[in-house]
Design a protein around this ligand. Structure first.
Ligand code: 6PG
Length: 234
């Protein structure tokens, strides 16, 4: 995992948006399309705003871009907790991305149906086998979780592509859908955006011994290229 320390949240958000643009161009040259999974949570909001603004929105081949989500809260798509709703408001509604290319996780369904629908959507775009995303954007919790793969839960060991989880003692207290590590680790590029003092401690521990690293699902992400952007001097 390559760690890049930026001056502040704004600089880290700009770096994430620039990597998004750069990866889209690399993907277009390689395959004629760009497949990306967006991160949930609050940290990426500024990066999404930058992607929906001049000059970056003009630089992304939105018409050949497919947007997925690395995890989702199991709520209606217009619920305030929905990662899809958050991305829709600041990014998806503000760029010329074909609606058919937005592949949201169906959090409003029962868990098993939602997992099956997500896997069917993945295979409809990628074909059989483990999808290879051009880019997966991820956040990180202060406990070292990423997407909705929380420490000590079965999601850490899942060999499937997508699973539903009911994390204990986590805010917000809702069921979740999440990409699993085999899918995350098959990406061409993963970019973590982890800013704010509340992430500093876990980031420092993640740079520690292998034993310490093993405690944190975020440290288990090992794609072909894994970058971590932070504003913390770890
Ligand atoms: C979610 C996210 C989750 C998030 C981290 C960090 O659905 O909440 O996918 O993994 O990225 O919890 O959240 P913040 O960016 O809000 O700190």
């Amino acid at each position: 995992m390559e760690i890049r320390i930026l001056d502040d949240h704004e600089a880290a958000s700009r770096a994430a948006a620039d990597l998004f643009v750069e990866t889209s161009h690399r993907a277009l040259e390689r395959s004629g399309r760009f497949t990306v999974a967006l991160a949930g949570g609050s940290t990426p909001k500024r990066a999404y705003e930058l992607l929906a603004s001049d000059p970056r929105w003009r630089a992304v081949p939105w018409d050949r871009t497919h947007v997925f989500f690395g995890d989702e809260r199991m709520v209606e798509p217009d619920h305030e907790l929905s990662n899809y709703r958050r991305a829709k408001e600041v990014l998806l509604d503000n760029v010329p991305l074909p609606k058919a290319n937005i592949h949201r996780m169906r959090g409003e369904l029962e868990p098993e149906s939602a997992v099956n629908a997500c896997e069917a959507e993945l295979h409809s775009v990628f074909g059989p086998g483990v999808p290879e995303f051009d880019l997966v954007l991820l956040g990180m919790g202060a406990d070292g979780h990423t997407a909705s793969i929380f420490p000590g839960t079965r999601a850490v060991a899942e060999s499937c592509l997508v699973t539903s989880v009911r994390p204990a003692d986590v805010t917000p207290d809702v069921n979740r859908l999440t990409f699993c590590l085999p899918l995350l680790n098959n990406a061409a590029r993963v970019v973590f955006l982890a800013t704010g003092a509340d992430k500093a401690q876990v980031l420092a521990k993640m740079r520690g011994t292998d034993t310490a690293r093993h405690l944190f699902p975020a440290a288990m992400v090992n794609a072909r290229e894994t970058l971590l952007l932070t504003d913390q001097p770890i």
